[in-house]
Ligand binder design. Structure first.
Ligand SMILES: C[S@@+](CC[C@H](N)C(=O)[O-])C[C@H]1O[C@@H](n2cnc3c(N)ncnc32)[C@H](O)[C@@H]1O
Length: 263
């Protein structure tokens, strides 16, 4: 089962104990570790301006993983961020890392499905990074996100698309064997987001940007310090397969900026 790592918290504890020089409270210290998408913290930096945040806005991160994007947004902007994720062990890890980072007042996480998530008032902005590949009915899923947002709220997405039908090399970061993978073309994904009640501000193929990021990030090989694949079952194979599929054009990465339709 993908996302079946139940002992993430213990793995994090062990890795941070083994690397006492790593100050989990320092800005960027965990970037190799807690950003579960291609492009790492640099991708989150691209998304932050598109959220159009003002003071006091509260941001929803759907499929928040280990919480790297949520913490980074809170650090940069001072806004409150709420993450929701269906994997309880990841939510525990996100809470643990947030406490270690000293951001417990600004960043909170909930375990569960966006469909049943209903705190008031509505959120002022939302993001989702590398999550919809696991969702079969994408229009309904994005509609559930829209229902949680105030009219005019901005949504940022950073997503994997498949330009043409081809066999992918499993495992991938979001699926161990392909049975829980529902990757679609960029055109189909855009239609799902629009069909859920969002207007398009930007929809851009960032695959070339990702290639540059991969070349820069891995210029000296894999990092020796704690890194994301160490937290995941078969982590290195998943990352290598993904990077290979991006390089040969089997997969693309798209950045979307949307606003929730009024009314
Ligand atoms: C590849 S990780 C991305 C995590 C995070 N967005 C990031 O970029 O660091 C995918 C995450 O989506 C979560 N997920 C998968 N399907 C979901 C769903 N239907 N609702 C909420 N979270 C989901 C998984 O538990 C996992 O944490």
């Amino acid at each position: 089962m993908t996302y079946g790592e139940t002992a993430v918290d213990q793995t994090i504890d062990q890795l941070l104990s083994d690397h006492r020089d790593l100050d989990a409270a320092a800005d960027g210290a965990l970037d190799n570790f807690d950003q579960f998408h291609i492009g790492g913290a640099d991708a989150v930096e691209l998304l932050i301006p598109t959220l159009a945040l003002t003071q006091g806005d509260v941001v929803l991160d759907v499929g928040s993983g280990f919480g790297g994007p949520a913490r980074q947004i809170a650090r940069r902007t001072g806004n409150h961020v709420v993450g929701i994720d269906i994997t309880p062990a990841y939510v525990d890890a996100a809470r643990d890392l947030t406490a270690r980072a000293g951001l417990g007042d600004l960043v909170h996480f909930h375990a569960g499905d966006i469909a049943g998530f209903g705190p008031d008032p509505a959120f002022d902005a939302a993001l989702t990074m590398h999550v919809q590949m696991n969702v079969r009915d994408k229009t309904t899923w994005f509609r559930h996100i829209a229902e949680r947002l105030a009219p005019g709220a901005h949504l940022a997405v950073w997503e994997v698309c498949q330009p043409h039908q081809a066999d992918l090399p499993w495992p991938m970061p979001w699926s161990l064997d392909g049975t829980d993978s529902f990757v679609v073309t960029a055109e189909t994904l855009l239609a799902c987001v629009k069909g859920a009640g969002f207007g398009t501000v930007e929809w851009t193929n960032k695959s070339a940007w990702v290639q540059d990021w991969v070349a820069k990030t891995f210029a000296n090989g894999l990092p020796a310090e704690p890194a994301l694949p160490m937290l995941l079952d078969d982590g290195y194979t998943r990352v290598i397969n993904y990077v290979t599929a991006l390089a040969d054009g089997s997969l693309e990465v798209w950045h979307g900026s949307f606003t929730k339709d009024a009314g």
